[in-house]
Ligand binder design. Structure first.
Ligand SMILES: [Zn+2]
Length: 182
């Protein structure tokens, strides 16, 4: 059956004819789903960042502090344990610096993409689009030219203001787009 139209905005020939009133953009279901994925990805990048960085920096800071205190003070265990503790505290300090830098580093993923929503078609907009619509044969199942929805569309007889050649007017339940078929 007919495929989902890629866009209903800038490239829409209906919209580019002279004298067409300015109608809002109508994103398709595919575009809405794609945008939702972009937003989910953006959220995951911005909120999570480096998950291990914050706990890593805090834990390694505490370990380093404890080991330095043990090495520098007469609190047991003392020599010869001071030497491996000293080496470990150096490693721990390096981990602390690395995790701290990652914690402060926020991945720059630009501004959050805006959520797309179905913008219902108005009656005036539907009439305008119908008047410029090419002949289309009736099909039991077809994609809505507004949003791409392929579920069963409401069907009714065309009114006088709709194209003469039409035998049936379909209405999309999702976006209220109406178009005619013969
Ligand atoms: Zn629709």
């Amino acid at each position: 059956m007919s495929s989902v139209r890629p866009t209903s905005s800038a490239g829409d020939p209906d919209r580019l004819r002279d004298g067409v009133p300015e109608f809002p953009d109508h994103p398709t279901l595919t575009q809405i789903a794609q945008r939702q994925m972009q937003i989910d990805t953006w959220d995951a990048m911005s909120v999570d960042g480096y998950r291990f960085a914050k706990p890593g920096a805090i834990i390694s800071f505490l370990l380093t502090a404890i080991m330095v205190v043990l090495v520098l003070t007469p609190i047991p265990p003392n020599w010869p344990w001071d030497i491996p503790l000293c080496i470990l505290s150096i490693f721990s300090a390096v981990v602390m610096v690395v995790c701290g830098l990652l914690w402060l580093d926020r991945p720059d993923s630009g501004p959050r993409p805006e959520l797309l929503e179905i913008v219902p078609f108005t009656r005036a907009e539907n009439l305008q689009l119908m008047s410029g619509q090419g002949a289309e044969p009736y099909g039991a199942i077809c994609a809505c030219p507004g949003c791409g929805d392929e579920c069963t569309h409401l069907v009714r007889r065309p009114t006088d203001s709709e194209p003469d050649w039409a035998t049936v007017t379909r209405c999309c339940r999702v976006c209220n787009r109406e178009w005619v078929q013969a």
